[in-house]
Design a protein around this ligand. Sequence first.
Ligand SMILES: C[S@@+](CC[C@H](N)C(=O)[O-])C[C@H]1O[C@@H](n2cnc3c(N)ncnc32)[C@H](O)[C@@H]1O
Length: 251
Amino acid sequence: MRRPLRRAGHGRHTRPAAQRHLRGNGARPMTDVTTAADRAAAYWNSPGTVTEFRSLDVQPYLTDLLARTAVDGPALDVGCGGGRNTLALLERGFDVLAVDLHAGMVEATRARTAAYPSGRISVRQGPAHEIPAQDGTFALAVCQGVLHNAVDRAQWAATVTELARVLRPGGLLALNTFTCETLDPMLRAGTEDGQYLLPDNVPMVLLPVDEVLAAFTAAGLAARGETHTYVRDLDVGPRAVLRCVLRREGD
Ligand SMILES: C[S@@+](CC[C@H](N)C(=O)[O-])C[C@H]1O[C@@H](n2cnc3c(N)ncnc32)[C@H](O)[C@@H]1O
């Protein structure tokens, strides 16, 4: 069985166009004429990456959560990728706002959800730390594989605050993020604590599980039920994952 190649830091996929200029040990580009944001966008927008994320199945944890969660308000899919979770939320009966920073993913999710009326689905391009919604809008938010893509600690913290802002009291956040307990060998330390650089110098933020949970607690989101930590064996090496459901304090 073919084992998918995975780019350090982002998940499963084939080698991206953004890395084709790497030489030698693959640690640094020979000529770095683009910004990290450009390289990240080139990766996430590449047809191969979009196709791969569009083909993923919904993970059982989310299927289970949706089956036991009442539909009593709209849902948010932040960093919606190819739209697998957006579609699952729609099928469950939620009206959905799906947001992704990268146009290729936005287009993929729009195409995948085109059968739903505009009153039920809105797909917007933008960053996870600036969600286009009023305070206290969502009964449920899904943030899978996205939070660690923050470029630095400030953006990471702003994303946590933003997720808390848009959830209504009692609303749930299904969080799935890489953490720093296990680091694959392709990662290098960045310029600040918790920041790491992928081989193409695109940054990501990987923090200890306790620190992730403490940040959400400080923002008003407490863990509901068990938190799950495990190691994913990516082709680039092992990577630690935190998966949990957090509940916005209040009614
Ligand atoms: C690992 S994929 C996960 C996609 C989807 N959540 C899923 O589980 O299939 C990460 C997604 O986050 C998006 N992304 C990366 N940085 C982002 C940011 N700062 N704000 C919003 N989306 C971002 C990428 O374009 C990509 O679609």
